[in-house]
Design a protein around this ligand. Structure first.
Ligand code: ADE
Length: 268
């Protein structure tokens, strides 16, 4: 047993050293995963990015990459693109996981930013137009009552800590819960409350899962388009506020990127 234990320890120590070295390097390459093109396009303009015509992704997929240099950063905005038949954005956890995995493999980013809209809970202090940085992420739609498998489904994680960024930008902080539905069933609501979440989206925990698998730091910037614990219909409120709240989201992402520029991961 002893030699095996030593091998295991050596492996862990080596991994910790590799992570520590990576955290001392300047951030150079960022991947920003954004599910909806409406949310992404103002940032494409702000950072003066161009659409990748010679795609780094398989030719069959609708995924879109906008890229360019902004200050000292190589910025890539990745959208899962439009469903080929229905022509609507490919929102949700499946597309988000796939594009995140493929983007990390192809671009080896130093940092992932998932930016998007979310709904918020008024009773937890969320208001329309607020921008949150998620402290934790978890799923609320993956049910498995078997002990331990239940926790595997929820997959709760703390996000990469960015205390200096928070101090500088004064964003709200809250836990994010992710599921594949825009509306909220009674079960979802109970699970979101159990996750202690203030905001709910359709991609965050999936992106966190992939980033964690591949040891890439990830942060989650979420702007509130609709409030779930009021009496307004979710879809109507979401569509009514989407454009105005996207402006708040994109302003916050711009500030986050400006803060990151010239810094190491450990300085965030
Ligand atoms: N993004 C914006 N509104 C949302 C909602 N109600 N549920 C999930 N994601 C959202």
């Amino acid at each position: 047993m002893a030699p095996h234990d030593e091998d295991d320890n050596t492996h862990v120590v080596e991994e910790v050293m590799v992570v520590a070295e990576a955290e001392k390097r300047h951030v150079l390459t960022i991947v920003i995963v954004i599910a909806m093109q409406t949310e992404a396009l103002p940032l494409v303009t702000k950072f003066q990015l161009s659409q990748d015509l010679d795609s780094i992704f398989p030719k069959e997929v609708p995924w879109v990459r906008y890229h360019g240099i902004y200050r000292d950063l190589r910025i890539n905005i990745i959208c899962p693109g439009k469903d080929r038949v229905l022509r609507v954005d490919s929102v949700g956890t499946v597309s988000a996981s796939l594009v995140t995995y493929a983007s990390i493999q192809a671009l080896q980013p130093d940092l992932i930013i998932n930016a998007g809209t979310a709904c918020g809970f008024r009773r937890r202090g969320a208001c329309i137009g607020d921008v949150f940085l998620a402290s934790d992420v978890a799923f609320h739609h993956r049910r498995n009552p078997i002990p331990v498998c239940d926790r595997n489904g929820i997959c709760a994680k703390q996000t990469f800590p960015t205390p200096n960024l928070l101090k500088e930008l004064k964003l709200k902080v809250g836990k994010l819960s992710t599921g594949d539905s825009l509306d909220m069933s009674p079960h979802d609501e109970a699970a979101i409350i159990a996750n202690d979440a203030t905001v709910k989206d359709m991609e965050g925990a999936a992106i966190a899962y992939v980033a964690d698998l591949l040891s890439v730091p990830a942060i989650f910037v979420k702007a509130v388009t609709d409030i779930v614990d009021d009496d307004k219909p979710t879809a109507e409120e979401f569509l009514k506020n989407l454009v105005a709240v996207t402006a708040a989201l994109d302003q916050a992402v711009g500030q986050v990127v400006d803060f990151i520029s010239g810094k190491c991961i450990s300085e965030l």
